[in-house]
Every structure is written in structure tokens, then in C-alpha cells.
Design a binder for this molecule. Structure first.
Ligand SMILES: [Fe+2]
Length: 167
């Protein structure tokens, strides 16, 4: 028996959501890693801000995983499962000067946002609830990337912001 178009669409949404769940969990853990290993004059403000970011991505991980369940799938979101499926590069195990932590994390937020934009477009109107969830996460990632980079000082016109610093 061949799958209906709707079943195929749902399977694809579940697969995309599982990658996003894993990547969001990975991102949350990398934010905590930076929160712990920060050093330098910007420590206190960034250290506190990163807890806010980590909390937001932890809640988003939960929302993505529960969307997988709502669609009839099984989330694979343990630390080990997330590490295998995440699209993000890992953070090194070392002290992180705060400017470097800002840059490393902002790049990951932007990469995450870009990935979710592609998923949101692909899922399109066939699954509005999943698309809406992706858009919520894109907004958070873009806002936090801006807030992190603002710590580095004035942003030259057109040289920073979403889309201008992607790898
Ligand atoms: Fe802490």
C-alpha cells in the first residue's frame, strides 16, 4: 500500500522536527557551556543573559518534541541522540573570552535560524502549526543573536544582523 500525500507530508514534518528538536537541545547545552566557560570583562552581563537564552531554547525543545508526538512520531532527544542529529558545530572545551563566546554563539543562532527558515518554507501551508512553531524559534534566535552582538559595540550599517554573518 502506498502512502497518501498527507502521510508523506506528515512523515517529512516529523523527520524535520526531530532534527530541529535535537539541534535546539544541542544549542541549549552549548549556551550553558559558554555560560560556564566565559572569562573577561563582559562576564557578568553575558553570563546572566545566556541563562535567559538557554531557558528559552529548553522550552522550545519541549515544544518541538511535543509537536513530534502530536503528529504521531517519536522524539529522539536525549543528549546522545541530540548530539548525533544536531546540525550545529560543537563548542571547544576551554575558557572562552567573552567576545569570542558572543561571536561563536551568535553564529550558531544564525545558522539555527537559517535552518528553521528552510524548514518553515518547506513545510509551508501543509502544516501551519509546525510552521508557526519554527517561526517562533526563528524570532527568538534572531533576537538573541542581535542582543549578543550588541555587546560588541556599534554595529556598522549592513555589516551585521540576520543574514549578513552566516557561514
Ligand atoms: Fe549558572
Amino acid at each position: 500500500m502506498t502512502a497518501t500525500a498527507e502521510e508523506t507530508t506528515t512523515r517529512q514534518a516529523i523527520a524535520s522536527l526531530n532534527v530541529i528538536t535535537a539541534t535546539t537541545a544541542d544549542l541549549q547545552s552549548q549556551i550553558k557551556q559558554a555560560h560556564w566557560n566565559l572569562v573577561g570583562a563582559g562576564f557578568q552581563a553575558i553570563h546572566e543573559a545566556l541563562d535567559t537564552h538557554a531557558d528559552a531554547f529548553r522550552l522550545l525543545t519541549d515544544e518541538f518534541a511535543e509537536r513530534v508526538r502530536a503528529l504521531g512520531g517519536i522524539p529522539a532527544g536525549t543528549v546522545r541522540q541530540s548530539a548525533r542529529a544536531s546540525i550545529l558545530p560543537d563548542l571547544e572545551v576551554r575558557e572562552l573570552p567573552w567576545e569570542e563566546a558572543v561571536e561563536e554563539l551568535a553564529q550558531r543562532y544564525e545558522q539555527y535560524s537559517q535552518h528553521l527558515q528552510e524548514c518553515a518554507k518547506r513545510i509551508g501551508e501543509s502544516d501551519l502549526a509546525t510552521q508557526d512553531l519554527c517561526i517562533e524559534a526563528i524570532r527568538a534566535a534572531d533576537q538573541y543573536a542581535w542582543m549578543l552582538r550588541a555587546n560588541l559595540g556599534p554595529l556598522a550599517e549592513g555589516s551585521r544582523g540576520r543574514g549578513s554573518r552566516r557561514r
